[in-house]
Design a protein around this ligand. Structure first.
Ligand code: HEM
Length: 380
């Protein structure tokens, strides 16, 4: 839907019902839907898809003891110093890639998918049996869980095949690393090994089975979302001369704060997920309106981020808006767990990339289904 149509919907049909679907367009209502997580639930939307592939995972669960336990364990496996580790790793790897780029190159395969893949290998500790399997697994599972609204059989079967390879791979990796610990050998400090070590500590921890599923979910949430976000941000930069100039200036002076603000504002104009879905099991009131029981509720986050009732001068590209009010990284209970990665890794990637002299796209983004798959660039 275009922004003009969304503006009309906000004015004339702010809550619109069509069969079993209710669309919510205004910022205030979208926030309310995403905040009232007991009334507008996620389990019915994502639960079956996720569980079929990888078992129970937070993004398919409503609030409750299991959600709190699982998110608590995942959070405990991250450290305060991780931000610095992630940014210096990404910077180093990005520079190594950029130093070896030919005059013409595919940005997606060589950079925006490659860097999150390298992060998965290093920081998460799961490189996969090879790069292409890891990329294929993450893409096909994400596609089936979140983006296959038509239930295409090929998408489903590709995801089932991927999870039948990915989950055993992670289990095997857990077994191998635990064997190393049993032999008194050192294991690297990464997310997987932290979760393994927690099993021997006096803290809540996952069983091996749970660890494999939670890990698969977290990897899937990392790779393609970072790829897509970078491509969308660059599409916005390259379609706005003045903004591109500012971004190049920020890159050249290694100003990651300005780059972050520019990147986030670009994501407001082109978010990975323009809508988030929830379910209303019972009849609910939303402001003066009633939402029937049994409806799928579409919280139109893209519309909300352009709602002048809550967003100042929404049509203007204004970096530095309050990130918490924005919904490109989710909102409410399920707000993105990966923000401690996103908010450092993406500006670093862009900083390195936009230092390249004469960098320019040579055509359009080519997609595989909903994912950016190729985008040819050239440089001087
Ligand atoms: C720029 C890249 C990313 C974008 C745009 C993005 C976007 C989102 C969005 C919109 C949600 C909310 C979904 C909903 O409410 O229905 C979400 C949740 C989540 N994201 Fe991300 N994400 C990104 C990167 C990551 C990374 C790197 C990780 C890995 C750690 C990650 C892990 C998660 C998890 C685990 C949740 C669920 C949190 C919960 O249920 O409490 N994401 N993300």
């Amino acid at each position: 839907m275009t922004r003009a149509l969304l503006a009309m919907a906000r004015t004339f049909t702010p809550v619109l019902r069509w069969k079993n679907n209710t669309f919510v367009f205004r910022a205030e209502d979208v926030k309310e839907v995403l905040n009232r997580n007991q009334d507008f639930t996620i389990a019915e939307i994502n639960g079956p898809n996720i569980e079929r592939l990888i078992g129970p995972y937070i993004l398919g669960m409503d609030d409750g003891p299991q959600y709190q336990r699982d998110i608590g364990i995942l959070r405990a496996a991250t450290k305060r110093e991780d931000g610095e580790r992630i940014s210096s790793f990404v910077r180093k790897e990005a520079v190594a890639i950029v130093d070896n780029l030919p005059k013409e190159f595919d940005l997606v395969q060589s950079f925006t998918r490659q860097l999150p893949y390298l992060l998965i290998a290093d920081y998460f500790g799961t490189p996969g049996p090879d790069r292409s399997s890891m990329l294929r697994w993450n893409r096909s599972i994400f596609w089936d869980v979140f983006l296959d609204l038509k239930d295409e059989p090929e998408v489903r079967s590709a995801a089932l095949r991927s999870s039948s390879e990915m989950v055993p791979y992670i289990k095997e990796q857990i077994k191998e690393n635990k064997n190393r610990v049993a032999q008194g050998l050192e294991i690297e400090d990464n997310m997987l090994n932290r979760l393994i070590k927690m099993q021997d500590e006096d803290v809540p921890s996952f069983s091996d089975e749970e660890m494999a599923g939670n890990f698969a979910g977290t990897l899937m949430g990392t790779l393609e979302p970072i790829n897509k976000a970078c491509v969308y941000i660059l599409q916005q930069f390259f379609s706005r001369k003045e903004i591109l100039k500012k971004a190049i200036q920020a890159a050249k002076s290694d100003d990651t704060q300005t780059m972050k603000e520019l990147a986030l504002e670009a994501l407001r104009f082109q978010p990975n997920m323009p809508v988030l879905m929830r379910f209303s099991k019972e009849e609910q009131e939303l402001g003066k309106r009633r939402i029937r029981a049994g409806q799928t509720v579409y919280a139109m986050t893209y519309s909300a981020m352009f709602d002048p009732r809550q967003v100042e001068q929404p049509k203007r590209f204004l970096p530095g808006r309050p990130v918490e009010d924005m919904m490109y990284l989710g909102f409410g209970q399920h707000r993105c767990f990966g923000n401690y990665i996103n908010l450092v890794a993406i500006p670093e990637m862009l900083n390195v990339l936009l230092k390249i002299e004469g960098l320019r796209p040579k055509g359009k983004v080519i997609k595989e289904g909903p994912f950016p798959d190729r985008w040819i660039f050239e440089k001087d």
